[in-house]
Design a protein around this ligand. Structure first.
Ligand code: SF4
Ligand code: SF4
Length: 105
């Protein structure tokens, strides 16, 4: 029994996202007015940093709610069929934007 619990704990630990030591060279720039709320970017982000905001609305919008966890892998931008995400080298500006603004504000 104890062994199984330990295995489960190990698995959970492995799934916990790790903060990169330094910011990535590029970061996604989400454009809420183009987003159709499909959620594809949320599913592919290995860091679990993207969320759909405004789920009570007709069209929710994706947002990078945990920019400090982003590793710049661009999977979100590749997954977005609506071109609502583009990678940008303006990482500091992007982080500030995600921390101070949200869709529907
Ligand atoms: S670049 Fe990668 S880690 Fe960063 S938000 Fe997109 S999918 Fe997640
Ligand atoms: S994949 Fe694109 S359209 Fe779909 S939720 Fe993400 S940003 Fe919005």
């Amino acid at each position: 029994m104890n062994d199984i619990k330990t295995e489960e704990e190990k698995e959970v630990k492995e799934k916990i996202k790790k903060k990169p030591k330094k910011p990535p060279k590029s970061m996604p720039w989400f454009m809420p007015f183009v987003c159709d709320g499909c959620g594809d970017c949320v599913k592919v982000c290995p860091q679990g940093g993207i969320e759909l905001l405004g789920l009570d609305r007709k069209v929710p919008r994706a947002w990078l709610v945990a920019p400090e966890y982003c590793i710049g892998c661009a999977k979100c931008a590749e997954a977005c069929q609506s071109s609502a995400v583009q990678m940008t080298a303006y990482v500091e500006q992007a982080i500030t934007r995600y921390k101070t603004k949200k869709p529907f504000q």
